[in-house]
Write a protein that binds this ligand. Structure first.
Ligand code: FVH
Length: 299
């Protein structure tokens, strides 16, 4: 028996940067792979590596029980699968979407006779197939379905199953991605401040990395405070001091001729929390998190 005969065959729809990286790992691991992409030229290299190229989404879906989607967004998933017979198929949607899209796509698939799990990839294409890079994928929805395909799904990257609610993979994915963009915003502002000065970005880089690593304590600290509701015990950098310090940050941005728009939303949030009640002066900044849902009219 050859290796191919014992590896689960699967279909992959979507051969962008991520889809192509995924395809290569399954092919390298010996999984028979059928691929489809809207722009067919992107499938040519993979055909040379052993992939079977389907002419239509319907042909690709018909080829295998396990069908993986890695398209741009949930709308492209809907338009690609529109009118395709999904009965008896196991759909795994790696496309980035919202929690509500994950839930409605699960109901949509199940109404068409398919089983469905949603997913969110926490890796860049270069981390796919490289276990030591630390990338992984969040999955949520049917646990038995996930367990059935787990070995195949873990070929490109590790997995974290985050519950039976099909919206929870997207919830975890988007929470982490949102934090990442906040981090990118701060880093961008820091580099803009030194532009035109006799400070090279490459000299600031290690200092910035080390500082952000040290400030990573905020992740666990905020989680504990949000769980307990206690924002005042063992505070080391109180809100009142931080609001005053934020004025220095804004004046420095003005002096350096840098637009402060990337950092003002968080500084404004701290000010709002302080203005709401003088008792908040001695709080940790984590207390300001509670304003975000309130601002959106949620509680
Ligand atoms: N690349 C990354 O770093 C991130 C890492 C985390 C996860 N994301 C998500 O992965 C999904 C795919 O991302 P990608 O990097 O492969 O994206 P592109 O290279 O832009 O390829 C997009 C594919 O989607 C196809 N597509 C777009 N619109 C449609 C449509 N209306 N109908 C059918 N297919 C469509 C596109 O086809 P083509 O342009 O080649 O014809 C590509 O196959 C994504 O959700 C990321 O958020 C990646």
């Amino acid at each position: 028996m050859t290796d191919n005969l014992v590896k689960t065959p699967l279909t992959l729809l979507g051969l962008g940067d991520m889809g192509t990286a995924l395809a290569r790992t399954w092919l390298a691991a010996g999984h028979p792979l059928t691929v489809w992409n809207r722009t067919t030229a992107k499938a040519e290299a993979l055909a040379a590596e052993g992939a079977r190229v389907a002419a239509t989404p319907a042909e690709a879906v018909a080829a295998n029980e396990l069908v993986v989607l890695c398209l741009l967004d949930d709308a492209s998933v809907g338009s690609t699968l529109d009118g395709v017979d999904l009965r008896g198929r196991d759909l795994v949607d790696l496309t980035t979407g919202t929690p509500a899209e994950g839930r409605s796509r699960a109901a949509w698939a199940e109404a068409r006779g398919a089983r469905f799990i949603d997913a969110g990839i926490m890796a860049t294409p270069s981390m796919i197939g490289v276990p030591e890079a630390g990338g992984y994928v969040f999955y949520s929805g049917s646990r038995p379905l996930f367990d059935r395909h787990r070995a195949t799904l873990e070929v490109p990257a590790g997995s974290r199953f985050v519950g039976e609610d099909p919206g929870h993979a997207a919830l975890h994915d988007v929470a982490l991605l949102s934090a990442m963009y906040g981090l990118f915003a701060g880093i961008s502002h820091a580099y803009a401040l030194i532009e035109g000065e006799d400070v090279a970005p490459k000299d600031l880089a290690p200092l910035l990395s080390q500082w952000l690593g040290a400030m990573g304590f905020f992740v666990g600290n905020a989680a504990e405070r949000l769980t307990s509701g206690d924002f005042t015990t063992e505070v080391v950098s109180n809100l009142s001091m931080q609001v005053t310090a934020s004025g220095t940050l804004l004046r420095t941005a003005a002096e350096q001729g840098v637009d402060a728009g990337l950092i003002t939303p968080y500084l404004d949030l701290m000010r709002e929390r302080l203005a709401a009640d003088p008792a908040h002066a001695l709080e940790d900044t984590a207390g300001a998190i509670t304003l975000l849902r309130r601002r959106a009219g949620r509680n």
